[in-house]
Design a protein around this ligand. Structure first.
Ligand code: THU
Length: 131
């Protein structure tokens, strides 16, 4: 179903700037209108300033005024399935909500699909306000 999205994420991996970790990650996020935005991890010599592929894809979409998202696909060079880090889970939750499909792939592009709310249960978000 998300074949095109996975392909875009796989291609995006080649845009990764990761000379410090040598760990390339590609991402592609799909909007409710079917538009796709890609992203890759971009590192810094000051390591903690690195930004993950998921967030570059999401922020690119937001800059293009997109507001609703249905799925995000991730790729890496690992045999294992690549799973979004905690920081990205939180940022995705902010902009996409818990129902977005997260497609985690391995090197062969086999895919595990889960909802973000499964990856970030009991989440804290913008709906939590003091009364
Ligand atoms: N990375 C991502 O881009 N996404 C993830 O979900 C996990 C980690 C990047 C950050 C860093 O450039 C490299 O992978 C190694 O941690």
């Amino acid at each position: 179903m998300y074949k095109k999205l996975i392909k875009k994420a796989e291609q995006a991996k080649s845009k990764s700037y990761s000379p410090y970790s040598n760990f390339r990650v590609g991402a592609a996020i799909m909007t409710n209108k079917g538009n796709i935005y890609d992203g890759a991890n971009i590192e810094s010599a000051s390591f903690s300033l690195t930004i993950c592929a998921e967030r570059t894809a999401l922020f690119s979409a937001i800059l293009n005024k997109e507001k609703k998202f249905t799925a995000i696909a991730l790729t890496s060079d690992m045999n294992d399935f690549i799973s979004p880090c905690g920081a990205c889970r939180q940022v995705l939750y902010e902009h996409c909500g818990g129902d977005i499909d997260v497609l985690m792939t391995n090197k062969k592009l086999e895919t595990k699909t889960v909802k973000l709310k499964e990856l970030l249960p009991f989440s804290f978000g913008k709906d939590f306000k003091e009364k």
